[in-house]
Design a protein around this ligand. Structure first.
Ligand SMILES: [Zn+2]
Length: 371
């Protein structure tokens, strides 16, 4: 008996001297072992391409000269009637075994090729649909504020969150040891010898813009700012601001007041009234706190406005002429106003959010209330 299956299956069972079902089963078991050995050899050759797998398939399953075709022709067709069922069953079992093994081999090669090519995905499969998000409440508020101001001729500029003390303080008329620095305690960048800090307001962009551009200037500056506050219900160490600046040869306090009134009506509703209270900021003179009639009770008094009828909107004022000195603007010829709004506070007030942390916890139950 030869061990080469191709030679062996060229002969009939009678020629091979096989006469019992048990001998047939043993013969098929040997063929199966032979195939398994071939398969291992193929993989160990490690050529790893589809042609190798095709050659293995052709050798065993090829229609004309494949081993299984030879078995059909030489063993099954010529078998004595009493042995035919056994040959047929064994042949089917061997065929199923080979087909399954070839499929596994193909997958094995395919995975290796995919790994080499770096394309492990089947691009013909339907994609994964991800849920669309919505704009965050803060982003929505920023967009609303920008819309209100761009409608009357302001343009939007943005600037660095890491600033120098010069732009963050000095050029805004806040010299070192000025008490206004105390409530603007911030984070200094380590190793920079206090030469850089996280900006405490978006106001540095007023200076940077005036340094670059000749008047007239009309800008709003949206962005993140930082202070070293302990986080609680109304404070975080980071919050959002939008800063405004208008400078020209003929800007008066009336323009300032008119802009403030326009903003309050656009943001809180057409019936909103405003009032100014004297205040102090180093970079404006005179300075004011802008209040608006409560958007919830309309000024009658309620819990939101602590029964005063008024709510605090933001701080503002006419640009302090000292600031013009830092940017080489002529204080005799120019005037202007500036304001700085806390965007988180405005959003919370308008939409009835009571706690700052809610804005930043990324809790979908909260975020989905503002689609
Ligand atoms: Zn109220």
């Amino acid at each position: 008996m030869t061990t080469n299956p191709r030679e062996q299956t060229k002969q009939t069972l009678t020629q091979l001297g096989i006469q019992s079902p048990g001998a047939i089963a043993q013969e098929f078991a040997e063929l199966r072992g032979q195939f398994d050995q071939d398969k291992v050899n193929f993989i160990n050759i490690g050529v790893g391409d589809r042609n190798q797998s095709d050659a293995l398939r052709l050798y065993w399953l090829g229609r004309k000269a494949g081993i299984l075709s030879q078995i059909t022709n030489n063993w099954l067709k010529t078998a004595p009637p009493e042995l035919k069922p056994t040959v047929g069953q064994e042949l089917n079992k061997l065929k199923a075994h080979i087909e399954l093994a070839l499929e596994e081999t193909l997958n094995y090669f395919k995975e290796r090729v995919d790994l080499q090519l770096g394309v492990a995905e089947d691009l013909s499969l339907p994609g994964i649909e991800r849920a669309y998000g919505t704009r965050h409440l803060i982003r929505q508020t920023f967009e609303e504020l920008q819309r209100i101001f761009t409608a009357i001729g302001f343009s939007v500029v943005q600037g660095p969150e890491i600033e120098t003390p010069y732009y963050n303080f000095e050029a805004l008329n806040i010299p070192e040891h000025h008490p206004a620095r105390d409530n603007m305690d911030t984070f200094y960048i380590e190793g920079a010898r206090n030469s850089h800090l996280l900006r405490t307001h978006t106001s540095p962009m007023q200076i940077r813009t005036m340094e670059k551009e000749k008047p007239p200037v009309r800008i709003v500056v949206p962005g993140k700012v930082y202070r070293r506050d302990n986080p609680d219900a109304t404070h975080g160490y980071m919050f959002h601001q939008i800063e405004g600046l208008a400078v020209d040869t003929d800007i008066t306090f009336c323009d300032f007041k008119g802009t403030v009134e326009y903003f309050a009506r656009e943001f809180l509703g057409p019936k909103t009234k405003t009032r100014l209270r004297p205040s102090y900021f180093p970079f404006t003179e005179p300075s004011a706190e802008v209040d608006a009639t409560c958007h919830v009770c309309g000024g009658k008094g309620c819990r939101v406005c602590k029964f005063s009828g008024w709510i605090e909107l933001f701080g503002a004022g006419m640009v302090n002429p000292a600031v013009y000195g830092f940017v080489k603007y002529d204080p005799e010829r120019l005037s202007g106003f500036a304001f700085g709004m806390g965007v988180d506070r405005l959003a919370m007030m308008k939409y009835g959010v009571t706690e700052v942390p809610l804005l930043f916890q990324n809790d979908l139950r909260f975020l989905q209330q503002f689609p």
